[in-house]
Design a protein around this ligand. Structure first.
Ligand SMILES: [Zn+2]
Length: 308
């Protein structure tokens, strides 16, 4: 009897190859950009799904009951962090009652660790400053160098939870890094003629993007982060844009175009609906095509405006 069991155990061991003994990692991300990078690194060894859609404002996501079900089954939760999801995610994590993904657990990954974070406020942050992020600007994924950092961190997390798949994760990480590095050459070349071009954005979504690609952001349609436009601020913005000859206003797809359009009419600036995330429009299917799309949109407008 004992011998038969041993034979049976050996047969089972052979039937399941060690690398696949544990099955796919079930990864949930808060945003589509993190899901895209996770897919690149995880390949067919993970399943991944984003809670927010790329055309939604990631600060304000409608928490659906289905999110709790997804979180209950997750092995890993990847968040943007820096308080981006503070308005909607914490109760969902709690209600999932999934010990693996609670803050501080092995399956809770803050993708901002190690990324280059801008706009970390100096001194005390007060409510009067609006929705200022005390931990710095959370829109850091819009620098492709930060995309590589995120990928690195995910490869480490995946390998920790699935050590048998480590080699595969590392191989796909290297392939992704190479792909981004190659793409960066064409993005930098495309943007080079417009170095220092002055733009206005609706929300503070693009400081990392501007920093990487050489744009000068001279103002915002929002008077303060998270605060809707006011008539006085809009008038001041128009005056400033005329003074500095700003020819482009970049608007995230989830904001009302009424104020940006009137600013555009008053100043002659082009109003661009510029998605900050994968899935913001249907052409943007992954992290690389996000930059391809945005940079084409921007360079076409800057060329037309004769900026620089
Ligand atoms: Zn923000």
């Amino acid at each position: 009897m004992r011998k038969r069991l041993a034979v049976l155990a050996a047969a089972c061991w052979l039937a399941v190859s060690p690398a696949h003994a544990q099955g796919k990692l079930n990864v949930i991300t808060t945003t589509s950009d993190l899901a895209s990078i996770a897919q690149e690194v995880g390949g067919d060894r993970i399943t991944v799904e984003s809670l927010a859609r790329g055309y939604q404002d990631p600060h304000f996501v409608d928490a659906k009951p289905s999110f709790i079900l997804k979180l209950q089954k997750a092995d890993l939760l990847v968040v943007v962090g820096r308080d981006l999801e503070i308005g909607w995610l914490p109760p969902l994590i709690q209600q999932s009652r999934n010990a693996k993904i609670q803050v501080g657990a092995d399956g809770y990954i803050d993708a901002s660790a190690g990324a280059r974070i801008l706009e970390i406020p100096q001194g005390q942050v007060t409510r009067a400053m609006g929705d200022v992020h005390p931990q710095g600007n959370p829109h850091y994924w819009l620098d492709p160098e930060n995309g590589k950092t995120i990928a690195h961190q995910l490869a480490q997390a995946f390998s920790r939870l699935r050590p048998a798949d480590r080699a595969g994760f590392e191989q796909r990480l290297a392939a992704f890094e190479n792909k981004v590095t190659e793409a960066e050459k064409r993005w930098m070349a495309g943007m080079a003629p417009f170095k220092g071009a002055k733009v206005v954005t609706y929300h503070r979504s693009f400081p990392n993007f501007a920093d990487r690609f050489g744009l000068d952001i001279v103002g915002y349609v929002e008077p303060r982060p998270g605060i809707p436009p006011t008539p006085q601020h809009t008038l001041d913005l128009i005056t400033e844009m005329k003074r500095q000859n700003v020819k482009v206003v970049m608007v995230e797809p989830y904001f009302d175009l009424k104020t940006p359009n009137s600013v555009g009419q008053a100043t002659g600036a082009a109003v661009l609906v510029m998605p900050p995330s994968v899935g913001g429009v249907k052409e943007i299917t992954d992290y690389i095509s996000l930059f391809d799309y945005d940079i084409k949109l921007l360079t076409d407008a800057l060329r037309k405006a004769g900026a620089k």
